[in-house]
Design a protein around this ligand. Structure first.
Ligand code: NAD
Length: 436
């Protein structure tokens, strides 16, 4: 099937490459010409496992192209909308200007029967508004929210947990759902649940999923605060809770909390939209979820300061990690970098390292010190903070090796990802988050 993917960022580039890999004929469109040039040359403009291989495969097959001209979307049966929906400057709502600009650009090229499948995360009601905007073209809007995780994006796109398609129940909507079912025929044949809903429900599914995940993380981080006050250990608590099959252990990792280009802005936009709908009180708890999350960053900074005797001014601190999560170079609202920036703000000599996100971090925060190699960051450090649980730190860093490089054997485990006993046995002062 011929399709366009409008917006080729973390979501769209992967979607385009994945669709080509399952046999579709795909044109990816983006306003960022540098990104388009890189993608068209087969080079991933950001770090995402398996993406480079998929881009090469798409080029070789001739089924994957990229362009900055919206006119090149003409003739596609399905137009996937994957542009950004960031937080509006100075507010909590989603900024829909890129979605609207994409529709403006696409309108002159739409043909009767075209399907516009929204993948971006949008406030409920957006799809119906866009449907009204394109009605004269004869195109049909459906919403097909995306649940991929960065770092697992290729895997999640090719083998999703579920597919959700929201559509009107009229004949055009029914036909559009059939087209989407055809797009995803391989996954559906492999048993992926294909859930058909109305437009509003499909939009809400995404917001609700993110609200739930954020709440689960903040729940365990709230327990970490109580553990800190009472001398309990939140990691043991999470293990014990996680054995309850109604709860489950995933997303119960206490630490410096969530970040990235999705969860923080999505829960804020969800709450802002609920307020617009006169139902702000229904999701008032999301403000608390957000506040708990942000407090953990402060807590990590406090642990470093206390461990260094109350003053970090002029002390050298190795910050291991910059990306908001491992297997990604994404630094949007990264708790890791937030901790680094706060420590720098207190006058510490901060040296950040990260296997993938260093260039992004250096561009965004030139005031921080950087080391390309982990060991260079560790050398002569008075304290070490792990803020992104890359394998290079979590699994591969031996306390003995690190102990030979640093000046002070103090480690703050912002992700509770290390074996505390092993680090203590090697002479380190170990501090976890909410741990004894
Ligand atoms: P991103 O910023 O990486 O990518 C957005 C892309 O859209 C950019 O490359 C930008 O240049 C392009 N763009 C902006 N205006 C355009 C226009 N008028 N025409 C064509 N291209 C345009 O953002 P992202 O992380 O890929 O997120 C995109 C959407 O997907 C957001 O709504 C996000 O919430 C949602 N989402 C993201 C993820 C994720 O893990 N990143 C997961 C699920 C859903």
């Amino acid at each position: 099937m011929r399709m366009s993917v409008i917006g080729c960022g973390y979501l769209g580039a992967v979607h385009a490459a994945a669709m080509a890999s399952i046999g579709h004929d795909v044109i990816g469109i983006d306003v960022d010409e540098r990104k388009v040039a890189a993608l068209d040359a087969g080079s991933a403009p950001f770090f995402e496992p398996q993406l480079t291989e998929l881009l090469a495969e798409g080029r070789a097959s001739g089924r994957l192209r990229f362009s900055s001209r919206m006119a090149d979307a003409a003739g596609a049966q399905v137009h996937f909308l994957a542009v950004g929906t960031p937080q509006i400057p100075g507010g909590h709502a989603a900024d829909l200007r890129y979605v609207d600009a994409a529709i403006d650009g696409l309108l002159p090229h739409l043909r009767r029967g075209d399907v516009i499948a929204g993948k971006s995360t949008v406030p409920v009601g957006t799809a119906a508004r866009l449907a009204a905007r394109v009605i004269d073209s004869g195109a049909t809007v459906v919403w097909n929210p995306e649940f991929l995780r960065e770092g697992w994006a290729v895997h999640d796109t090719l083998t999703p947990d579920r597919l959700v398609v929201g559509a009107e129940t009229d004949s055009a909507g029914t036909r559009a759902v059939a087209v989407l079912r055809q797009v995803y025929a391989a996954a559906v044949a492999a048993g992926t649940p294909f859930l058909v809903t109305d437009l509003a429900t499909a939009e809400l599914v995404k917001g609700a999923a993110n609200a739930f995940l954020a709440t689960k993380i903040s729940f365990i981080n709230a327990m970490a605060e109580i553990a800190e006050a009472s001398g309990a250990d939140v990691a043991l608590l999470a293990d014990a809770l996680g054995h309850d099959s109604r709860i489950g252990r995933r997303y119960l990792g206490a630490g410096i909390g969530f970040g990235g280009g999705c969860l923080p802005k999505d829960i804020r936009a969800f709450a802002a939209r609920a307020e617009e709908l006169g139902r702000g009180e229904a999701v008032g708890f999301l403000h608390e979820v957000d506040a708990i999350n942000l407090r953990r960053r402060e807590r990590a900074v406090r642990l470093v300061v206390d461990a260094l005797g109350g003053l970090v001014f002029g002390r050298r601190i190795a910050v291991l990690g910059a990306a908001f999560k491992p297997f990604s170079d994404d630094i949007r609202d990264s708790p890791a970098l937030d901790v680094a920036v706060r420590l720098r703000g207190l006058g510490a000599d901060v040296v950040v390292t990260d296997p993938a996100a260093l260039d992004n971090a250096a561009a965004a925060h030139p005031q921080l010190g950087y080391a390309r190699h982990r060991d260079d960051a560790l050398r002569e450090a008075d304290a070490v903070v792990i803020v992104t649980e890359w394998d290079e730190y979590r699994r591969d860093l031996s306390p003995t090796h690190a102990g030979g490089l640093v000046r002070g054997r103090i480690i703050i485990d912002g992700r509770n990802c290390l074996d505390a006993a092993a680090w203590r046995a090697a002479g380190w002062q170990y501090h976890g988050m909410g741990r004894r």
